[in-house]
Design a binder for this molecule. Structure first.
Ligand SMILES: [Zn+2]
Length: 286
């Protein structure tokens, strides 16, 4: 008789994990939808000068567990910062500490944040994550993945937050929702990296998918801090190919050295390949 072994390679477990990931991949807008629901809860509470809610109460109000609330909250906080609005996230506190949690970009427990929130007329501001706007953003992202040169036309009519969203949707779509370096495809780790930064005076580059590369969060950081470079010939270069600047853990090596000299994973559509001129430009500036 075979001994009973419990391990994670159990086909039943693997099947479950795969299904969950497929489900997530087919619903990439989930966090934004939740951000839209949460926006309504928070703006209503602010309008009615309600005392802060706990993260759990807010999560319950939009029908989710309190742990994944960090993602939609992050979107709301970014939007408030980008559009110069009082931080709605100040209205949420931890039940145990009574102040805002770790992801809050501000001084936890600062009363002035609440005053600012209460004096803002939130009814005058349309929900930036509303379904209507969401479908419009999807339409623009679709158009940009067919006609990337339309970037010029859209950038002038989108808020900064929406420029980021459209860019991210278009770039992730172009790369088939995979990191162009390691092929990681967990939706919550994927990001659209700008080759030429968002602050560049050529504003159309903020949304042009040819100024983007889909990367996982780790590779995005390593690309941004200059540890990883992408050549105009689409080769990945790691700054320390011999590994002399160690020590490297097995995971460090697998994420960095292992990709040195490998080709970048490119979008199927050649019109969406990263701009060689912009890659060259980035190199010259580093
Ligand atoms: Zn990666």
């Amino acid at each position: 008789m075979l001994p009973l072994i419990t391990d994670t390679s159990n086909p039943a477990h693997a099947g479950f994990r795969k299904k969950t990931r497929e489900k997530m991949a087919s619903e990439p807008v989930d966090h934004e939808h939740r951000a839209g629901l949460l926006w309504d809860v928070l703006t209503r509470a602010a309008q009615n000068r309600r005392p802060p809610l706990t993260y759990k109460e807010a999560a319950t109000a939009i029908g989710i567990h309190h742990r994944p609330i960090a993602y939609p909250l992050g979107l709301i906080q970014d939007h408030c910062l980008e559009d110069g609005l009082p931080r709605l996230t100040a209205l949420l506190v931890s039940a145990s500490t009574g102040v805002q949690g770790r992801g809050f970009l501000g001084e936890p427990g600062n009363e002035r944040d609440l005053e600012e929130l209460y004096s803002q007329n939130w009814q005058a501001i349309p929900n930036p994550f509303s379904n209507l706007q969401q479908s419009e953003l999807n339409r623009i992202a679709d158009d940009l993945t067919i006609n990337p040169h339309h970037a010029d036309k859209y950038v002038s009519v989108l808020s900064r937050g929406n420029q980021q969203r459209v860019f991210s949707k278009a770039v992730l779509r172009a790369y088939g929702h995979q990191c162009a370096i390691c092929e990681m495809s967990f939706p919550s780790t994927l990001q659209a990296a700008h080759i030429v930064p968002f602050g560049d005076p050529r504003h159309e580059l903020r949304v042009d998918p040819r100024n983007g590369i889909a990367l996982c969060a780790n590779h995005h950081k390593l690309f941004d801090d200059g540890s990883i470079d992408i050549s105009p010939e689409y080769r990945i270069a790691y700054y320390d190919p011999e590994g002399t600047d160690g020590p490297y853990s097995v995971a460090d090596e697998a994420l960095s050295l292992a990709f040195h000299g490998k080709p970048l994973l490119l979008p199927e559509n050649p019109h969406l390949h990263p701009s060689r001129a912009l890659l060259e430009e980035r190199r010259a500036q580093q």
